[in-house]
Design a protein. Structure first.
Ligand SMILES: Cc1cc2nc3c(=O)[nH]c(=O)nc-3n(C[C@H](O)[C@H](O)[C@H](O)COP(=O)(O)O)c2cc1C
Length: 174
């Protein structure tokens, strides 16, 4: 799929509003992800408020681009939705949160948008800072922030070949 190969982290954006239909498509793609026992533990905060974007850009090193983005989507996990076997969730997030975020990034490429996955979990300081900004209830934990925008450089999403056949084994390791 073209979008998988052409998705790049985009950190420079045009000051152009993202259409509501496109925001909805990003959210729909994220919610389409697979999840253990189909628990669908995700929630989202769509942020287009300039002051809030500025605040989010200060959660840690590598988040600065958020203040230049017209939009950021904070991806959250609702611990109440995790099944029993994942109960100790503060220790580690289940893989479905990653699948959810990746779906959003790929849909963005399809829509002509650029994104970057800004780390939240597992960096405690960032999770704490996001909690300070949004004052989440106890059961809600921030997973990551996705900065979204039309790329400043129209070739920002481009093909990069990362295939490395030495990483692949068939049937046995040695
Ligand atoms: C879990 C995770 C956390 C990341 N955190 C950040 C971040 O905080 N800031 C940032 O600029 N990029 C972040 N990235 C993006 C990576 O730097 C990027 O994916 C990597 O350099 C490969 O480049 P590509 O996305 O263009 O293929 C993160 C990516 C992942 C998967």
């Amino acid at each position: 799929m073209k979008e998988i190969f052409e998705r790049r982290s985009v950190r420079e954006f045009l000051q152009k509003e993202i259409e509501k239909e496109k925001i909805d498509k990003l959210l729909k793609a994220a919610m389409q992800a697979p999840s253990a026992m189909n628990e669908q533990p995700w929630e989202f905060i769509v942020v287009d408020d300039k002051n809030l974007l500025q605040e989010i850009s200060k959660i840690g090193m590598g988040a600065e681009m958020v203040k230049e983005a017209p939009l950021a989507i904070v991806i959250l996990a609702d611990e109440k939705k995790f099944t029993l076997k994942y109960k100790n969730i503060k220790e580690y997030f289940p893989p479905e949160m990653g699948a959810c975020c990746q779906n959003m990034l790929l849909e963005a490429v399809h829509l002509g948008l650029g994104t970057v996955w800004v780390c939240g979990f597992p960096l405690e300081e960032r999770v704490k800072n996001l909690n300070k900004i949004f004052n989440f209830p106890e059961n809600i934990s921030p997973f990551c922030v996705v900065a979204v925008g039309y790329p400043k450089n129209e070739d920002a999403n481009y093909y990069l070949d990362r295939f490395d056949e030495t990483r692949v084994k068939y049937n046995k390791y040695n």
